[in-house]
Design a protein. Structure first.
Length: 209
């Protein structure tokens, strides 16, 4: 789960460890939870039940990310951050000068695009959850065979690309953090790190690992 600096604290409901999946760059950048997600659990889908207009107002397709716009595109870029090298030419996020997909992890997600439901705890689906999390922005559930990411509807979500509208949170940044949990990463004590337990501002600083 991810909170803002205004409401400190974080405890993930569900994390799957993947020490073998991620090549460490710095032990301060994240911790390892001890859970294990199988290397064949690469699929990622999005159930677009997001209620904010700003979560789906990017209607411009990008040649590096064909076929998707809006929140699906934001989530696709988010999970791709964790793969070993740039996705295509790395373009698609004007806030990342080093490109998307340069995470250096021994992993590449299998993008499934839009799906028809939120799925179970092992459905490997990202979706919105109606209601309030008491200051929590999002959380990740897990079982040994998969995961599920939920973003609370109480927050205003923005699909980018670029800076969110005032008062909104960046979908790409928050999903990047939560997908780190799905891969088995815990929190960092370094402020501003993707896996930091708290979110600063609109979150865009957390979108690149």
């Amino acid at each position: 789960m991810l909170r803002s600096f205004a409401r400190m604290g974080f405890s993930a409901l569900a994390l799957c460890a993947a020490g073998a999946l991620v090549a460490p760059r710095s032990t301060r950048a994240y911790s390892v939870t001890g859970w294990s997600l199988g290397l064949d659990q690469r699929k990622v889908g999005v159930f677009d039940n997001f209620t904010d207009a700003t979560a789906n107002d990017n209607v411009a397709q990008h040649p590096n990310w064909p076929g998707f716009t809006g929140v699906e595109l934001a989530c696709w870029k988010a999970v791709t951050e964790w793969q070993s090298e740039l996705f295509g030419d790395g373009s698609g996020d004007p806030l990342q000068s080093d490109g998307v997909g340069s995470g250096g992890a021994n992993f590449a997600p299998a993008w499934c695009g839009s799906v028809t439901g939120i799925g179970g705890a092992n459905g490997d689906v990202i979706s919105e959850l109606q209601g309030s999390g008491g200051g929590v922005h999002a959380f990740t559930e897990f079982v040994s065979s998969g995961w599920r990411i939920r973003l609370y509807s109480e927050w205003l979500w923005d699909d980018g690309p670029g800076a969110p509208v005032p008062g909104a949170l960046d979908v790409q940044a928050v999903v990047t953090h939560e997908y780190g949990h799905a891969l088995g990463l815990g929190h960092s004590t370094v402020a501003g790190a993707t896996m930091a337990s708290t979110l600063s501002g609109d979150g865009t600083g957390s979108s690149s690992i």
